[in-house]
Design a protein around this ligand. Structure first.
Ligand code: ATP
Ligand code: MG
Length: 464
């Protein structure tokens, strides 16, 4: 009897699958195969791993950083996964704070750089942690390295790099997928999308950003499941949308979203916009310019981007209100309010961005008045530069006079003396064709929704 019990205890049992994923030993991929250049790894991330190792813990660089390093791209940031708990991690570093209420992790701070350090996590599997659609509401249980790998989304995001040995631990053939240029989800695709519909969007983003194809089984259920995006909290959608728009391949992302029907829960106006004559051209140009800026390492402004995405709709409604007899500025106010109302039902654009978008839009008609003090007043507006860039987009698509747009650009770029000379010059000239007639200028009624002033937001699109 005792013998039987002992043998039962010590005979290795076939491991139970994790999240339906069959278990097997991970690949230990050496440097020659994964090709990560250690010089591209943040020394602070290496430091965090070293300290954790010295104290007897496991620690790896994980997630997006490993993926980007393998394809030779410079990672945005470095995350660490470890078997140490937040309480064990924190005292090991001079500047470290525990953050997060639901899943606590540690921010280890080195000057400007923050190394996010989390404890291996297991995915919640019991029914109570999901909503009625199967969406995961809670996944805050610590786990093993293997469980941590299984709860990640794509094989290429489930790689663990040990900077000390330069070995990548790979449970799901992520290195091979990356080398074959394939995005593949871990586990059963439909189940993983039900757990978290944002994974469908992430799939499109990684494919666009890294030039990958989506594995057929990973792609197959997306069309039919696209509607699940509607159950995702608006703030999370906003974060993901922003990542797509600023990944350097925004246009490709939006095209992919549209092809799979994923845009309906995010940018309901996208279809309308892209189908309008000139609409696609405007959005395409805005996104192309954004992509160029991102790829050359420049900052871009989210409010500028959202203003561009929704402009066609604003413009169309603005014209309709004017045709119905309203004055230009109140008509614009009405158009802006109705577009923002329609849009924020789906994707809540953060308030500080909305206020910048309004400023960018409301400055557009004011660019047509250059005489007197109005040009100086325009220059003092906090969003002047972004609004001026926006005017350039409109000129490039033939919506406004390109001579007028260039004049404003020159004014924006000029020094004080040059500006004064330009404005004096203008005062001497007969009214240029692009300038609004005096009748319009006297009507300065502002819509009541116009923001009082610029709130702190991201840098204007062209600011630097
Ligand atoms: P990027 O930072 O470029 O968006 P990333 O892969 O680093 O890419 P993060 O959102 O920073 O994305 O997430 C870090 C890691 O956490 C991912 O690489 C992945 O392993 C895991 N992860 C993130 N989001 C999910 C998700 N929705 N489902 C499962 N795992 C996820
Ligand atoms: Mg990341």
């Amino acid at each position: 009897m005792i013998k039987k019990l002992i043998s039962k205890l010590f005979t290795p049992r076939a491991p139970r699958p994790i999240l339906g994923v069959k278990r097997h030993a991970p690949l230990r991929v050496p440097k020659e195969k994964h090709g990560i250049d250690r010089r591209l790894v943040s020394r602070h991330a290496i430091k965090v791993c070293d300290v954790l190792h010295e104290h007897g813990y496991e620690a790896y660089i994980v997630g997006g950083a490993v993926r980007d390093l393998i394809v030779g791209a410079q990672p945005k940031d470095f995350d660490i996964a470890t078997n140490a708990t937040p309480e064990q991690i924190q005292p090991l570093f001079r500047r470290a704070r525990i953050i997060g209420r639901r899943f606590r992790l540690v921010h280890v701070v080195f000057g400007q750089e923050i190394i996010e350090t989390s404890t291996f996590r297991a995915s919640g599997t019991d029914e109570q942690t999901t909503d009625e659609h199967g969406r995961i509401l809670r996944d805050n249980v610590f786990g093993t390295l293997e469980e941590d790998a299984a709860r990640r989304d794509f094989t290429l995001n489930a790689l663990y790099y040990d900077p000390a040995t330069e070995i990548v631990i790979d449970y799901h053939n992520g290195v091979a997928d990356l080398q074959k240029k394939v995005v593949g989800i871990i586990g059963d695709p439909a189940k993983r999308y039900r757990e978290d519909p944002v994974r469908m969007l992430r799939c499109m983003r990684f494919a666009a950003k890294l030039g990958l194809t989506i594995a057929p089984a990973t792609k197959a259920p997306i069309r039919d499941m696209a509607h699940l995006i509607e159950n995702v909290p608006a703030s999370r959608l906003f974060d993901e949308m922003l990542k797509m728009l600023t990944c350097g391949h925004a246009l490709d992302c939006l095209r992919r979203l549209r092809a799979e029907g994923l845009h309906k829960g995010m940018l309901p106006l996208l279809d309308v916009v892209l189908e309008q004559p000139g609409g696609e051209q405007f959005v395409k140009l805005a996104l192309e310019r954004t992509d160029v800026r991102v790829r050359s390492g420049k900052s871009i402004s989210p409010s500028f981007l959202f203003a561009a995405l929704l402009w066609q709709q604003v413009n169309q409604r603005w014209q309709q209100h004017q045709a119905a007899g309203e004055l230009p500025i109140p008509a614009l106010g009405q158009a802006v309010d109705s577009v923002l109302d329609d849009q924020t039902e789906k994707l809540a654009i953060q308030r500080r961005f909305v206020s910048d978008m309004r400023e960018i839009w409301f400055m557009q008609p004011r660019f047509e008045r250059r005489q007197g003090k109005s040009a100086w007043r325009m220059l003092e507006q906090p969003r002047f530069r972004a609004a001026c860039d926006f005017l350039q987009l409109r000129a490039a698509t033939g919506e406004v006079d390109s001579v007028l747009a260039q004049w404003w650009m020159d004014l924006a770029d000029a020094g004080d003396a040059e500006r004064a000379a330009m404005l004096e010059d203008l005062a001497r000239q007969p009214r240029a064709s692009g300038d609004a007639p005096a009748r319009k200028r006297r009507r300065r009624s502002k819509p009541k929704t116009h923001p009082a002033g610029g709130e702190g937001g991201a840098a204007p699109a062209g600011a630097e």
